[in-house]
Design a binder for this molecule. Sequence first.
Ligand code: ADP
Ligand code: ADP
Ligand code: MG
Length: 667
Amino acid sequence: MDRSKLYRRFRTLLIANRGEIACRVIRTARAMGLRTVAVYSEADRDAMHVALADEAVLLGPARARDSYLNVERLIEAARKTGAEAVHPGYGFLSENAEFARACFDAGLVFVGPTAGMMTAMGSKSGSKELMEKAGVPLVPGYHGEAQDDATLSKAAEKIGFPILVKASAGGGGRGMRIVRSADELGAAIVSAKREAKAAFGDDRMLIEKYVDNPRHIEVQVIGDSHGNLLSLFERECTLQRRHQKVIEEAPSPTLNAAQRETVCAAARKAAGAVNYVGAGTIEFVSDGKDVFFIEMNTRLQVEHPVTELITGIDLVEWQLRVAFGEALPLKQNEIKLNGHAVEARVYAENPTKNFMPSVGRISTWRLPTETGGLRIDAGYREGDTVSPYYDAMLAKMIAWAPTRDVAIERLNRGLEESDVRGIVTNIPFLSALMTHPKLRTNAIDTGFIERELAVLTQAAPAPGELELCAAVAAVINEEQQTARAQANSPWQTFGWQPVGRRQRNFAFRVGHGAEQKITLNYGSGLSTLVIGERELAFAIASREGGFHLTLDGVKSSVAAVIDGHELYLRTRNGRFDLHWVDPFGGESEEHVGEDKIAAPLPGTVVAVLAEEGATLEKGAPILTLEVMKMEQTLRAPYAGLLKSIKCKVGDIVQEGIELAVVEPAGE
Ligand code: ADP
Ligand code: ADP
Ligand code: MG
C-alpha cells in the first residue's frame, strides 16, 4: 500500500483516551502546534484531559464500552471536529486492529502501526510463530492452533511443569495461570479461558514454560514508514504485582553492555520481521542468563517516560513525526544512553485491603514540583473525582539522575513529599518499595512484591512526641489561618493567643486507640507543650501546605491537612492520621458520623448477616457488599444495638449511602 495514504501531515489530533496518557499526548501535540481534541464519557465531564484539550466531544455513558471503546462514536467525534488523526494512547483501543482499520477507512491517520502489523503482532501466539521464524529466542512453549484438551495437556507434559497458561489475546496480566503439576492443568485452563473470554472476547490459549521468578526486560523500538527502525535501549520492569508493572527503570541494572546490545539487537530483529512502523515494545523474560521473547506491544507504554529521560527523546513527538510520514531524525549510533531513570505508578487503591481500588473526590492533591530530575505525568487534579469505571492509575512519578542510586533517592523523596487525601493511594507502599534494601541492590524478581507484602504494607508507626506536638501545632495553625481569613478582626493582629488563658488541654487518638493527652502552656515569652513529665519549648511558623515546628530549638517541617477533627500529618517519621478529641463534647454524635455503616464504593448488597434489633459485639458482621468484583463485609464499629438495616440483598447502592444504623451500647 502507498504509505503516503497512511502517514501524512495533519494539524488536528484526536486523542482516543483519558486520564494520564491523554494529558501526556496533549502536552506534546500542543507543543508541536497541533490542535487537540479530547473525548470523554459522562463520568469524565470535568476530567483533566477535557480541560487541557482545545476541544472535547462527549462520547456517551460512563461504561467504557459505551464511550472510550465505541469505535463509531470516536470516528464520528473526529468527523465533527475536523480531526485528521487519532492517537490511541495505551489500553482501550490502542491495540485493536479493527479500530486502526476503521480510522484508515474514515480517512484518518492512525498514530501507530498499520492494522496488518497489529494483527500480526497482536496475538501472542501469532507473534511467537513469527519470532520463531525470525530466529528470536522464545520461552519453550506451545502456540499452535489446536485448542483441544488432549493437545494442550500433551504440550504441557512435553514442556515440563511448572508452566504458564496464557491468553493469546491477553493484556494487563489477565487470562494467565501458573500450573505446577498435571492435575492442576484442567481447572487452570477452564478459569483462564473464562477470564480471557470476558476480558478480550477471545479464549485461545498458549502454553509457556514458567520461568521461576524471572526478570522482565523490554526494549523500546520505533520505526518509520521509510524502512528505518531503531531501538532505544531497554527498561527493566521486574517489580510487578499479579503480572502488572509497579516500578520501571531504564536502563536495566541487570544487563552489562554486551547483554544490552544482544537484547536490543533481538528486539530490532523482532520488529524488523514485520517492517514495523511506529512506537512499540518487545517484551522478554529473563532467567538471569538469557532473555526470551514473550510478546510485542504495538503502542506506547505506560513506562515510556523512563526511556525518554535516558535518551532525551520525546517519544510522543517521534510518534507524531512518524505519523506525518517523516523519517526518524536520528541514526542508531546517534542514540545515546545518559544516566538512569525510575518510574512509580501512583494508583487510587488500598494496599492494606488487597489493593482494592479507592474511588471518590480527591480533596487534597499536593505533589512536589517538577525540579531536580523529577517528572510527574498526572491525569488528575485537586477536586477531581476518581470514578469506579476506569483504571485506577492517577499519575506517574519519574526521577532521573546520573546514577541509579540517586534516581531512586530522588523518586523516593518525591513520593515522600506527596500528600493526596480524600481517596486512598499506594504512595506509602511505593515509598516502602523504594527504600527496601533489596531494591537498592537489585536483588529482585517478579515474585518480590508478593513475598515482601507484609513488610511493604506495614502499618504506620504510632505517633510519638513529635507527632503529638505537631497535632497541637496543626490545630493552632488552622485557628490562626481562620482568624486571619476573618478580616477586620482586631484580635488577629495579636496572634493566636487568646487573652486570659494560660493553658489548653488537647487529646488525640489513632482510630479507636487510647487517647493521648498533651497540654499547651501559654507563657509570656515562649509557649511550652507538656506530655506527661516532659515539657518542650514550642513555636510554629505557617508555610504552604503545613508549618515549621520548632521544639526545644529543633526546627522541622510538617505537612498537614485538617478536615474537621481529622488530622493528617507528615513528619520526618512518616505519615499519621489522628483524630482530635473535641474537649467540648459532641464526640458521641461525631462517633456515629465517623463510624457510619455506609457503602465505601458503589456496589451490590450480596448478603445481610445480622437482624434488626440484634445486640452486636464490636466488629460483628452486618452485611456484605460486592464492590468492583470484590466482596467486602461491613461490621459494627462498636458494640451496640442494630437499630435498622436500610437495604436488602440485591440492592445496588451508591457510595456513601448509609446501609445500617447501630446505636452504641450504654447510651
Ligand atoms: P502491559 O502491562 O500490557 O505490558 P503497560 O505496562 O503499558 O502494558 O500497561 C497498560 C495498562 O495501563 C493497561 O493494562 C491498563 O490497566 C492501564 N490503562 C489503560 N488505559 C489507561 C488510562 N487511560 N489511564 C491509566 N491507565 C490505563
Ligand atoms: P500481558 O499482555 O498481560 O502484559 P505478558 O505475556 O507480557 O502479558 O506477561 C505479563 C507478565 O507475566 C510478564 O511481565 C512476566 O512478569 C510474567 N510472565 C509472562 N510470561 C512468563 C513466563 N513464561 N514465565 C514467567 N513469567 C512470565
Ligand atoms: Mg506484557
